[in-house]
Design a protein. Structure first.
Lengths: 621, 489
């Protein structure tokens, strides 16, 4: 079966092509086409996963582009990480396809929506199958395209247009770093195949400085894609897209591609301590930075978006702290509980028609499924004991502690507390506070609750794949199937686990006190630290800063160019043409039809010729 | 007569037929014009087939003999193709055909003379790419000037006359430089055959070579165009009829790239290697300068004009790498930009016809009223900004791959252009297709059949090259070896 792994991405591509070509003729049936084809991908991904476990890795490639003696290839690679990603992506994609049937039912461009979903799923599946960096880069850009199209799905809204453009451009800035990194790597190792690159790194064929430079450049790509500081600000804006999209692309899969990239290239990063430290530091900083912003936002989806940024920071911290398994593990559990949270948020928005949490309330009793499922997601992400997030976050903290990154460790701890707090701020405000309106609220249809139930179940149990108590199945499998990654069994003092539990419960309790029992004033914190509140509420003015510097700077250069064009280039150009014309005019003056002038010219000419001849002493001798 | 001669002179059939069509029968003129463009297209396919079968295509006849005895000088009629020129021949016949199909609806008067001039222009371009000696090359090169001048001047937009004159003056100066170089080369070596010159020229003395090289750079720099020789080209983009700009941006500008690679790299490899940093800098200036200006323009055709300037920078960057990856990237960029620019100007024509404007401020929300057109426009923009899966990515990747080997710092600066391209392209296209629109006229026709299939042929080619670049590399491999044989390494 492994030989046919390449066929997995073909089905969503087919869905895209079919839906685009058939256009209006399939409007209401497009969801069935999309669901059916993504379902096939899911089944095959499952089969490939099982086949990988029994048969081991497989790599195949064919020539794609030859440049002289250089042969660039395309192909596919199945190893534990890739197989896990395949299942993860096709599963979440499949669930989102089903969910959208209910959520997008009334949209007249349903076929376009499913077509874009298909395009994205195709690119993402192909990305995780890629055996070389060029192919990774190509599909890396294509997932960006899918994301761009879906963010801009409501194209008539100005915000959607801006958000789509911003997402594309900010991730492209990162991508250029990635591209340079890839090209440099090529000239260093003579190949873009992952296996040859790792072999070259192991053999010590590159200087450490070069490795550091390349690793950091590639990490810039990951920063862009995974919304890490300082290229994070597109991700919250991306919430302009339909909510199912936010769950699939901007929570579970695409934004995790940066983490996947670093994980895939882990041997390269391990070869450079500096690069590892950069990854860990950016990760930890982003984790706490985004968490503080999430504390004060009022838009349901934006809180979740900043939470995603923060959690991705955790994954980077894990990878940067040599916690390969921890990072990948958290990637997986996060995909489940964050997709769940987004789908539940979508269900809420679908019911109340607003995203402002100030206007929500009292939904616990009205939404029998959504409420408890959101609670499960919130508990999981907060690191509540025995749920999936608890185990994966624990692994990360242990990795950071084990590497001796104590400052980063403390940042991560604080971020864990903040996470629990802002998640339960959301939960209490949306579900248990008194209702603000008398509108009738109905639970969402089955097509929407079913995917949430599946994700809810996974958010509870996925953690048991890798626990210190029952066994580290996931970790053993991941490291055993990847010859270049050593098994790091992160072990640490037991107090770390206790502290984490305490912080998680503390965060929940604080939110409970403020937003449910109301024994503390709601603006207790914001009125005590007004400046901090303003800064956080305005997202540290990062966007404004970019606008002032990069935005205006680029335009200023543009106007400078226009100025040069107008007053330098054009002036010189018209000068040239005037000179030509001038010569022409002088010449035409000679031809005025007066025989006397011609005679004079002939005479003068003759005299000159004679004079020259005489002085040369030539003709007459 | 071989297939190649037939191909080059085949537009004459259409011209002859057009001269005998009745003057006032517009439909007949359009039909004959399109048929006149189909003939060269079919012949170019035959030529392609013959080339692939490995049969000889080149031909050589003695044309005229000048002078006497020791000063006797023979001018030959020599045609030939290599992989690169063959690709350009195919591109020329294809884009000319599509342009003439589109011209049926987008040109509004005097179709008969329009088509005659267009076919004459095509003849000139085909001749340029098929010529095997300098004199023939120059004659065909000049032959492209006049029809283009008349076409712009008569069928163009607002400032058509100014555009036509600045086209003529710039290209005239370029031709003058080219003529001087060619005459000097012929006088010095006694031959005008390009293949012979490739081996002889590198043995000439340094000073002469440098002078000739700079002359060539100037001559083809006007055509490419290299900044600051580009103002004529912006005017032509903006004021020439859009169907003509398809040919202009699609193939006519490619003569610059072709000349630089064929003559520049072919005759003066040593100079090229010495001056590579300078050429790379010129390329980066083109890339960034064009992009920055495109960023603040308010009119789509201007944006596309500066985008052409910017994209031709990539050709220079690729050539400056002086290695296989770079030169192959430059060649790919030549083809890719030809296709993308043709597609863009086709759509601009559609846009002008439907809405009467290309001002960004007066457009918006096109995706609502013309979803297919808007979708294609966005696709063209994505191709132009180098999205993988489309031709632009392959060429940019190779050009930069090449330059990073030889001049990494300059290459790194150049990559800034890739970000800027995304910025200005998305700004322009999203302004037109997304957002709230003005109130458009009620009867905005969707993309019709005759517009539809040229669009999808161009899109198909762009995607084909992007997904399966081997279609081009197969043809290019031997050509590249010949061109790069003079290089040190």
């Amino acid at each position: 079966m492994l030989e046919y792994a390449w066929i997995i991405p073909v089905f969503p591509l087919l869905s895209f092509v079919l839906l685009i070509l058939l256009r209006q003729t399939v409007t209401d049936k497009s969801s069935y086409i999309g669901i059916g084809l993504s379902g096939v991908s899911l089944i095959l991904s499952g089969v490939v996963l099982l086949a990988q476990m029994s048969q081991g890795n497989l790599i195949k490639s064919v020539s794609w582009l030859s440049i002289g003696n250089i042969e660039l290839t395309v192909g596919y690679l199945v190893n534990p990480l890739n197989a896990m990603m395949l299942v993860l992506v096709s599963l979440v994609s499949f669930l989102v396809h089903i969910y959208s049937m209910g959520y997008m039912k009334e949209d007249s461009r349903l076929n376009v929506f499913y077509a874009y979903l298909g395009l994205f799923t195709f690119a993402m599946l192909a990305l995780v199958l890629s055996p070389n960096l060029l192919q990774i880069y190509m599909f890396w850009e294509l997932v960006g395209l899918g994301s761009f199209l879906l963010i801009g799905f409501y194209f008539y809204k100005k915000e959607a247009r801006q958000a789509a453009k911003k997402a594309f451009i900010m991730t492209r800035i990162g991508d250029i770093g990635l591209l340079i990194g890839i090209i440099l790597l090529f000239w260093q190792t003579g190949s873009l195949e992952l296996t040859s690159i790792f072999a070259a790194v192991e053999a010590g064929a590159m200087e450490e400085g070069m490795i550091t430079l390349i690793a950091i450049l590639i990490f810039v790509g990951a920063i862009g894609k995974s919304g890490q500081f300082p290229l994070h600000s597109w991700l919250p804006d991306a919430m302009e897209g339909p909510t199912p999209v936010s769950a699939l692309i901007h929570a579970a899969t695409m934004v995790a591609a940066g983490v996947y990239l670093v994980a895939t290239l882990f041997p390269l990063y391990e070869a450079s301590e500096t690069a590892m430290l950069v990854v860990a530091t950016i990760g930890a900083f982003t984790a706490i930075f985004a968490a503080t912003i999430a504390l004060v936002q009022k838009d349901l989806k934006r809180v979740l978006a900043y939470s995603t940024v923060s959690q991705l920071g955790y994954m980077m911290l894990a990878l940067g702290s040599a916690g390969y398994v921890a990072g990948v593990f958290h990637l997986m559990t996060h995909a489940f509980f964050k997709a769940l949270l987004f789908l539940a948020a979508g269900s809420v928005i679908h019911a109340v028609h607003t995203q402002n949490i100030e206007k929500m309330g009292g939904l616990w009793k009205k939404m029998k499924w959504t409420g408890p499922l959101f609670l499960i997601g919130a508990l999981a992400i907060s690191g509540f004991p025995l749920l999936s997030g608890f185990f994966s976050k624990e692994e990360i903290l242990l990795a950071a502690w084990g590497e001796g990154h104590y400052v980063l460790f403390v940042l991560a701890l604080i971020a864990a507390f903040l996470t629990a707090f802002y998640m339960f701020r959301l939960f209490f405000m949306v579900f248990t506070s008194p209702a603000k309106t008398n509108n009738v609220v109905k639970e969402s249809p089955k097509s929407m609750t079913f995917p949430m139930i599946v994700l809810g179940a996974l958010a509870v149990v996925a953690g048991y794949l890798n626990t210190p108590w029952f066994g580290t199945f996931l970790g053993d499998w991941l490291t055993a199937g990847n010859g270049f990654v050593e098994a790091h069994h992160a072990e640490g003092p037991i107090w770390i686990m206790l502290v984490t539990i305490l912080l998680s419960l503390g965060g929940i309790y604080l939110a409970y006190v403020i937003y449910h029992k109301k024994s503390l004033e709601r603006d207790f914190l914001s009125s005590t630290f007004p400046i901090a509140y303003t800064v956080m509420y305005n997202r540290y003015f990062v966007d404004e800063f970019y606008q002032m510097t990069v935005g205006y700077g680029a335009r200023a250069l543009g106007y400078l160019g226009v100025f040069l064009e107008k007053y330098i280039v054009n002036v010189i150009a018209s000068l040239c043409s005037e000179i030509v014309q001038g010569i022409g005019k002088q010449g035409s003056k000679l031809q005025n039809g007066q025989v006397q002038t011609y005679g004079a010219v002939v005479f003068v000419g003759l005299v000159i010729i004679l004079a020259v001849a005489v002085m040369q002493g030539g003709v007459f001798q | 007569m071989s297939w190649l001669s037939l191909l080059v002179f085949s537009p004459l059939i259409g011209i002859l037929l057009l001269t005998i069509t009745p003057k006032h029968n517009a439909n007949m003129a359009k039909l004959v014009g399109v048929i006149g463009a189909v003939i060269p297209f079919l012949l170019s396919l035959i030529v392609f087939q013959t080339f692939h079968a490995g049969n000889e295509l080149s031909e050589k006849l003695t044309w005229m003999t000048l002078g006497q005895d020791a000063f006797q000088f023979t001018i030959n009629y020599e045609l030939g193709v290599n992989g690169f020129s063959l690709i350009l021949l195919l591109l020329t016949t294809l884009i000319s055909l599509l342009s003439m199909v589109i011209a049926r609806t987008q040109v509004k008067t005097s179709w008969r003379s329009y088509y005659i001039l267009c076919l004459l222009l095509e003849l000139g371009i085909l001749g340029v790419f098929a010529a095997e000696n300098l004199i023939l090359f120059f004659i065909f090169f000049e032959l492209t000037l006049l029809p283009m001048f008349l076409l712009i001047g008569k069928w163009g937009g607002l400032e058509r006359e100014k555009a036509a004159y600045s086209y003529l003056i710039y290209n005239g100066l370029g031709s003058a430089a080219l003529l001087i170089v060619f005459v000097a080369l012929i006088a010095k070596t006694g031959t005008s055959n390009m293949t012979e010159l490739m081996t002889i020229v590198p043995q000439l003395d340094d000073g002469f070579r440098m002078g000739a090289f700079i002359g060539l750079l100037l001559a083809f720099g006007v055509k490419l165009p290299i900044i600051p020789l580009h103002t004529w080209m912006v005017r032509v983009h903006v004021y020439a009829p859009t169907a003509l700009v398809m040919i202009h941006a699609g193939v006519l500008l490619k003569i610059g790239a072709y000349g630089l690679i064929r003559f520049g790299l072919g005759f003066f490899p040593a100079e090229f290697e010495n001056m590579a940093p300078l050429i790379a800098i010129l390329g980066i200036v083109n890339l960034l300068y064009g992009a920055f200006i495109a960023l603040v323009q308010q009119e789509l055709r201007r944006i596309l004009a500066y985008s052409s300037v910017s994209h031709m920078g990539i050709v220079l960057i690729g050539i400056a790498a002086v290695n296989e990856a770079g030169v192959q990237g430059a060649i790919f960029q030549t083809v890719s930009h030809g296709l993308i620019a043709a597609l863009f100007f086709l759509l601009v024509g559609v846009l002008i016809e439907r809405t009467g404007t290309t001002e960004l401020k007066k457009l918006g929300g096109l995706a609502k009223v013309m979803p297919v057109t808007a979708g294609v426009l966005l696709t063209a923009a994505l191709a132009s900004l180098g999205l993988p899966g489309m031709s632009g990515f392959v060429s940019e990747f190779m050009a930069f791959l090449g330059l990073f080997e030889t001049l990494p710092i300059l290459a790194a600066i150049g990559t800034l252009g890739l970000i800027l391209t995304a910025v200005y392209m998305l700004r322009a296209v999203l302004n037109i297709t997304f957002g709230e629109g003005p109130t458009y006229p009620e009867n905005l026709r969707p993309l019709s059949g005759t517009e539809g299939w040229p669009v999808f042929i161009l899109l198909g080619m762009i995607v084909l090259i992007g997904v399966y670049p081997t279609v081009l590399t197969d043809m290019l491999s031997t050509t590249l070896e010949t061109i790069l044989i003079g290089m040190g390494g």
